[in-house]
Write a protein that binds this ligand. Sequence first.
Ligand code: HEC
Length: 106
Amino acid sequence: MKHGAVLLALAVMLSAQHAFSAENFKKTDPAAGKRLFDEAKCNACHDKMMKGDGNRIFTRPDRRITSAPALEKMVRSCIDRTGASLFPEDAEHIAAYLNEQFYKFK
Ligand code: HEC
């Protein structure tokens, strides 16, 4: 309960300070993002959803994410799903990795 409140406060703070664009990816470290992505087992769910190859969720024709800010937001909400305790900047590294590898937003 207490933990949830802290996370909520953090989320509110972050969304207030955040005007995210693909520009932000230039300040990030996609290689670190890849490592975090693997460590947090991001594809555990996606693998099941995509029948084995979780990465296909990022390239499927009807993928949900169509902009850099949406990608960054989705990464944050998926981090919440994993229960992994990552730093706010980790989300940006992961988003940068996904952008470099799959989405390629400018
Ligand atoms: C508990 C299950 C679960 C875990 C763990 C998970 N995800 Fe997801 N992910 C989902 C679901 C559900 C969707 C939405 C799929 C849909 O709506 O079609 C999704 C979709 C996404 C998308 C959007 C794909 C698109 O359509 O463009 C991204 C990006 C993403 N996840 C990133 C991550 C990252 C990064 C992590 C690790 C921090 C992660 N996910 C961990 C369940 C999960």
